[in-house]
Ligand binder design. Structure first.
Ligand code: AMP
Length: 299
C-alpha cells in the first residue's frame, strides 16, 4: 500500500533543559515519514531551498523515503525555532521563517497519484485540499491541523475535515475548534463534521481514538528522561499510518494496534534531539516498547 504525506521539511533550532540543537532536520513531513519508516516507505510532498544539502537528504533516502515529490525552490528552506519550558509543558516559538514555504504550491508527480493512504500534514488547509484533489482514488485520508488554521482559516479547514476519514488533533485544538467540553462532547462534534474517526492527543497523558468501532485509549510511555518533544505529534501520526499501511486488511483491531504503535514511536522521538532517535528506529524496538505500553494497563 502506498503512503503519501504532505507537510513541512524544515531546519529547526531547538532549546530544551537537556541542551540545544541548531539547524536540525525537522518539519512535519520529515517526522511523519521517518516514523512510518520501520513499517513502510512513504512519498513526500514538500518544498526545500538551495541550502538543503545531500547530507540532509540522505536522512530521508537512507530510510527509503521517496523524495520525487520534494520540490526544490530558489531561496532558503523553511526554518523554525522553539524553546521549551523547564517541565516541557509549554513551548515558545522563537522564529518562523517561511522562506520557500511562502510560495509553496504542492504539485504531485504522476507516480504519486495512485497513493492509497494519505496524510495531510499540518499546512494551510487550502494546500491540504490541493493535494487531495490530485490523488485519483485514496482509500484512507487523515489530516492534522493547528490553532493557527482553526483561528484564521476556519472555513477552509472545515472543508478539509469534511473530506477526510481520520482527524488527528490535540485536546486544546479540539476544544478551540468545537467550543465543546469535555473531550467526548468535542469528539462527537468533530465526528459530525465528517471523519469516521478522530484521534485526540493529550501529550504526556496519552491519546484517545473515538468514532467507528470501540473507543480506545493509549497511555504515553512514561519516559525517564525527555530530551526534545518536537515532532511527537507528527511521529504519532506517521507510525499510526505506517502501521496501517502494512496491514492486510483494516479492522477495529488494526486501528487499536496502530494507536499503541504510534504511542511507542512518539516516545522514542522525545528521547533525542530532532530526529536523532527516529532515524535509526527498527521494527523490533517499536514492538518491544509497544508491549511495555500494553503491560502498563493490562492485569
Ligand atoms: P510539533 O512538535 O508536532 O508541533 O512539530 C514541530 C515541527 O513542525 C517542527 O519540526 C517545525 O519545523 C514544524 N513547524 C513549526 N511551525 C510550522 C508551520 N507554521 N508550518 C509547518 N510546519 C511547522
Amino acid at each position: 500500500v502506498n503512503l503519501l504525506v504532505v507537510g513541512s521539511v524544515a531546519f529547526d533550532n531547538i532549546e530544551t533543559r537537556a541542551g540545544e540543537g541548531k539547524r536540525l532536520l525537522g518539519g512535519s513531513a520529515t517526522y511523519f515519514s521517518l516514523a512510518a519508516a520501520p513499517f513502510c516507505t512513504s512519498r513526500i510532498v514538500a518544498v526545500v531551498g538551495e541550502d538543503f544539502t545531500p547530507e540532509y537528504e540522505e536522512v530521508l533516502t537512507n530510510r527509503d523515503i521517496d523524495i520525487e515529490g520534494l520540490q526544490r525552490a530558489k531561496g532558503l528552506t523553511f526554518a523554525w525555532g522553539g524553546t521549551y519550558s523547564e517541565n516541557f509543558e509549554t513551548r515558545e516559538t522563537q522564529f518562523t521563517d517561511l522562506n520557500v514555504f511562502a510560495d509553496f504550491s504542492p504539485e504531485l508527480p504522476a507516480s504519486y497519484r495512485d497513493s492509497e493512504l494519505v496524510f495531510l500534514g499540518n499546512i494551510q488547509p487550502s494546500l491540504q485540499m490541493d493535494v487531495l484533489r490530485q490523488i485519483d482514488n485514496p482509500g484512507l485520508v487523515a489530516a492534522d491541523t493547528m490553532n493557527l488554521w482553526i483561528n484564521d482559516n476556519r472555513e477552509e479547514l472545515l472543508e478539509v475535515i469534511r473530506n477526510i476519514d481520520i482527524l488527528f488533533i490535540n485536546d486544546e485544538e479540539a476544544f478551540l475548534l468545537t467550543g465543546r467540553y469535555p473531550l467526548l462532547k468535542a469528539a462527537s462534534m468533530l465526528l459530525e463534521m465528517g471523519p469516521d474517526r478522530v484521534v485526540i492527543k493529550r501529550g504526556e497523558h496519552g491519546a484517545f481514538l473515538f468514532g467507528a468501532g470501540k473507543n480506545f485509549y493509549v497511555p504515553a510511555f512514561p519516559l525517564d528522561d525527555i530530551v526534545d518533544p518536537t515532532g511527537a505529534g507528527d511521529s504519532f501520526a506517521g507510525a499510526f499510518m505506517g502501521y496501517l499501511a502494512q496491514e492486510e486488511e483494516l479492522n477495529d483491531e488494526s486501528f487499536r494496534k496502530a494507536m499503541i504503535t504510534a504511542s511507542a514511536v512518539a516516545s522514542y522521538t522525545c528521547e533525542g534531539f530532532g530526529v536523532e532517535k527516529l532515524k535509526r528506529l527498527t521494527p523490533e524496538k517499536v514492538l518491544s516498547r509497544s508491549e511495555e505500553i500494553q503491560d502498563l494497563t493490562s492485569i
